[in-house]
Design a protein around this ligand. Structure first.
Ligand code: SF4
Ligand code: SF4
Length: 68
């Protein structure tokens, strides 16, 4: 099953990944990361991630790795 892993301490909270996911599976976390930003997180309880890589491609900080 495809999924993503977000390296949250490299995330700057720009939210681009949340906007681009066709399944709307990427949300912003409530907590702060080491840089003081709310990091992105995957919310995919039904396993809907298709591994399309759009979130990883748009991330300016290369913080998202896609596994499929
Ligand atoms: S790989 Fe595609 S479907 Fe999965 S979280 Fe990223 S944008 Fe969404
Ligand atoms: S696109 Fe990258 S830096 Fe921006 S919120 Fe998503 S994971 Fe963080």
């Amino acid at each position: 099953m495809p999924t993503i892993v977000i390296d949250e301490d490299h995330c700057k909270g720009c939210q681009l990944c949340t906007a681009v996911c066709p399944k709307d599976l990427v949300k912003m976390a409530e907590h702060f990361n080491a840089k003081g930003y709310h990091p992105a997180k995957l919310v995919d309880p039904k396993g809907e991630c298709t591994g399309c890589t759009l979130c990883a491609l748009i991330c300016p900080d290369i913080a998202i790795t896609v596994y499929r």
